[in-house]
Design a protein around this ligand. Structure first.
Ligand code: NAD
Length: 369
């Protein structure tokens, strides 16, 4: 067997970042020993810690490491130490937005999966959540958030009177290639799952949505094995709480995806369990959805599972290690099935000896691999 070698850029960042990164490294080392792979870890600075050491939230060296890597694993950045409203001061978030932009990450993937033992953490009834396992593919660099916008003060009123005052507008614009590449990302992802893709738009009202729908159907010709369903965004918002199990993969434009992925994330009820992947044409970036949790940093109680689920995504989407991804997902599910919980996912029924810290949770995942 040939030994495959992967270069991983680690960005531990701030707050609980270094603690959960240590667990990711521990689990990846255990997987490397069992599979025919070798991981070469290159740690770099991003966010607050990068400001402290270099004055910049995204030093040039970090960007070079990211470009040179097979994948980037980012924990979290930010904290009260660097909070400022002074626009001349660097902020940690600039590092995060900067690296996404520099790597050209146009597709954001967010899996939403219900781990049965945690179903009670959701605000929805457990029977509605049964079988929920979806992937939201959000377009990340186009649409309303990047279109032309302006604001005018003192606009004159119409001829019929009234309407004078301030005016503002934003533009939702999509080009064919932007829709085509995100559609391909989604179809490919659906191919590796249950082969069902919901394309979400507002084609009954918006011209950009009509182009979206047209292009998605053109791309669909290359994926005859994937079932394609068009759904209007308002209906999707309703279906996500009515019957979320109908979704396998969902693809949508930037703003719709921003709103729907936050809605869907609440199906799980737990921030410590949500991972995400951002893909482009080059190196992809993987990160938990939560922040740096400065309130619990250094206490050894942070939940490392969202970080480990980000590693699972990295195995699937960047390293072609789907067996290892399956094994990692199964291991996490077993640990939860046995009743082990970090503080954030514990409830009144969690026995004291089942309450574990960050490192212990990582050890349990390794032991169940
Ligand atoms: P947060 O996600 O850091 O924390 C919200 C709450 O969830 C806190 O009570 C925290 O203790 C808890 N929590 C989060 N992750 C957890 C984990 N893995 N295990 C256990 N508990 C966890 O959000 P916030 O408090 O709004 O922001 C804190 C800092 O993080 C801010 O500086 C913010 O800008 C930054 N932030 C960074 C990212 C990122 O790096 N992608 C995302 C969101 C917020």
């Amino acid at each position: 067997m040939t030994l495959r070698s992967f270069r991983i850029c680690l960005l531990p960042g701030d707050g609980i970042g270094p603690e959960i990164t240590a667990e990711a490294v521990k689990v990846m080392a255990a997987i490397a020993a069992a599979a025919d792979v070798r991981f070469e870890f290159h740690e770099a600075l991003l966010g607050g810690i990068a400001i402290d050491h270099t004055g910049s939230p995204l030093p040039a060296g970090t960007l070079a490491e990211a470009h040179a890597a097979d994948a980037v694993l980012l924990a979290a950045i930010g904290g009260p130490k660097w909070d400022t409203t002074d626009p001349s001061k660097p902020r940690p978030e600039q590092g995060l937005l900067g690296i996404r932009k520099e790597l050209g990450l146009y597709a954001n993937l967010r899996p939403v999966r219900i781990f049965a033992p945690l179903a009670d953490a959701s605000s929805l009834k457990a029977e509605v959540l049964a079988g929920v396992d979806m992937l939201i593919v959000r377009e990340l660099t186009g649409g309303l958030y990047f279109g032309a916008r302006a604001r005018e003060d003192g606009v004159a009123g119409s001829a019929t009177g009234g309407g004078a005052g301030r005016r503002a507008y934003d533009t939702m614009e999509y080009r064919e290639y932007e829709i085509e590449r995100i559609a391909r990302t989604a179809f490919e992802a659906a191919r590796g799952r249950k082969k069902r893709l919901h394309s979400v738009d507002k084609a009954n009202v918006l011209e950009s949505s009509r182009l979206w729908r047209e292009v998605v159907h053109e791309v669909a010709r290359d994926y005859p094995d994937v079932e394609l369903i068009d759904q209007l965004v308002d209906n999707t918002a309703m279906q996500l709480v009515r019957n979320p199990a109908q979704f396998d993969v969902m693809v949508t434009e930037n703003m719709f995806g921003d709103i729907l992925s936050d809605e869907a994330s609440m199906l799980t009820g737990s921030l410590g369990m949500l991972a995400s992947a951002s893909l482009g044409d080059g190196t992809a970036l993987y990160e938990p959805s939560h922040g740096s949790a400065p309130d619990i940093a250094g206490l050894g109680v942070a939940n490392p599972l969202a970080m480990l689920l980000s590693v699972e995504l990295m195995f699937r989407h960047s390293l072609a290690m789907s067996d290892a991804a399956d094994a990692l997902a199964a291991s996490i599910a077993s640990v939860l099935d046995e009743g082990y919980r970090t503080r954030d996912i514990a409830d009144a029924g969690t026995a004291a000896d089942m309450l574990v810290g960050t490192a212990e949770m990582g050890d349990l995942v390794v032991a169940h691999l």
